[in-house]
Design a protein around this ligand. Structure first.
Ligand code: F6P
Length: 341
């Protein structure tokens, strides 16, 4: 078989580990050939390829990013996009595609599968918000990066008797904030799943200062205060109506200073959470996803994606990738509240 591989959407530590596992097993166990498509769906759309064999995947396991490049191109939003993809796949003699991506990339894969393209999906996102799988690779790395930042911020916050607000990624789900906040001993954790009361946050900050320690607040980029507590200019919101990266953290620090009379600073971790080498957990999960994805392609089990259920890697219908956004359940948030203030 001749198999195309692509990575789409935001990059994520572990993408290269998937590519390596797919190619290593695909070549050595099954004798398949591979074509790398560049930059997500833009690759098959525009016929952009690169060689992908054992030499190309050597040494990439610990590397962040993706050797194939990525983009958020959606061929269904481009006139004639699907026909161009089908023609390019035929030109390159592609029998099957392995698409590694999040909701958008796998949404395209699902539709292409319905139109007769042979696709196997591999889920990825640092946000860990895909309902079909217990964990996605990249999440553990992002949490560890944020935890390390929080550990460092505790000491500088204490030295200056300041509040430090740490804004982490997560527009729609607060998994990174919850796990990094718990692991880093944050005094308040704010998530997109539940609008927060700024007066309550200020009360937690005051309480923390009374114990002679300085508060650390971890906030997801998509978290919002209660209705009416924040007046926003239009340009401060993104297309989803959420505050732009850097927006909510800055706003919180300003409000806390005003309400407590004590200095506050904001650190926006941003894309640092997606960069660099994956943790051991993410390397292993990504490798196992890759090994099972090439098995599925070899078996001709198209229209499926690999997923983690407990400790097992299973195959589920591709459509499950987009069926349900996995948000933080209220009981997980309540559990964390014991440490607030
Ligand atoms: O979905 C992954 C993610 O990193 C989100 O956490 C974040 O909101 C978004 O991508 C950022 O996207 P971009 O890389 O386009 O700025």
């Amino acid at each position: 078989m001749r198999i195309g591989v692509l990575t789409g959407g935001g990059d994520c530590p572990g993408l290269n580990a998937v590519i390596r596992a797919v190619v290593r097993k695909g070549v050595s166990t099954y004798g398949h050939e591979f074509v790398g498509f560049r930059d997500g769906w833009r690759g098959p759309l525009e016929g952009l390829t690169r060689p992908l064999g054992i030499p190309e995947v050597r040494g990439i396991l610990p590397r962040g990013g993706t050797i194939l490049g990525s983009s958020r191109t959606n061929p269904f939003k481009i006139e004639g996009g699907v026909e161009r993809i089908k023609a390019n796949l035929a030109d390159h003699g592609i029998d099957a595609l392995i698409a590694i991506g999040g909701e958008d990339t796998l949404g395209v894969a699902t539709k292409l599968d319905e139109l007769g393209v042979n696709v196997v999906g591999v889920p990825k996102t640092i946000d860990n918000d895909l309902g079909a799988t217990d964990y996605t690779f990249g999440f553990d790395t992002a949490v560890n990066i944020a935890m390390e930042a929080i550990d460092r911020l505790h000491t500088t916050a204490e030295s200056h008797h300041r509040t430090l607000v740490v804004e982490v990624m997560g527009r729609h789900a607060g998994w990174i904030a919850l796990h990094a906040g718990l692991a880093g001993g944050a005094n308040v954790i704010l998530l997109p799943e539940r609008n927060f009361d700024i007066d309550q946050v200020a009360a937690y900050v005051e309480k923390r200062f009374q114990t002679q320690y300085s508060p650390i607040i971890v906030v997801s980029e998509g978290a919002m205060p209660l209705e009416g507590q924040m007046v926003l200019q239009n340009q401060e919101k993104d297309a989803f109506g959420h505050v732009r990266l850097g927006g909510i953290g800055q706003w919180l620090a300003g409000e806390i200073e005003e309400r407590t009379g004590k200095e506050a600073r904001t650190v926006v971790l941003g894309h640092i959470q997606r960069g660099g080498t994956p943790t051991a957990f993410d390397r292993v999960l990504a490798t196992r996803f890759g090994l099972h994805a090439i098995d599925a392609a070899h078996d001709g089990d198209f229209g499926t994606m690999v997923a983690l259920r407990g400790t097992d890697i299973v195959r589920v219908p591709l459509a499950e990738a987009t069926r349900e956004l996995k948000t933080v359940p209220v009981e997980r948030y309540t559990e964390a509240e014991v440490f607030f203030g």
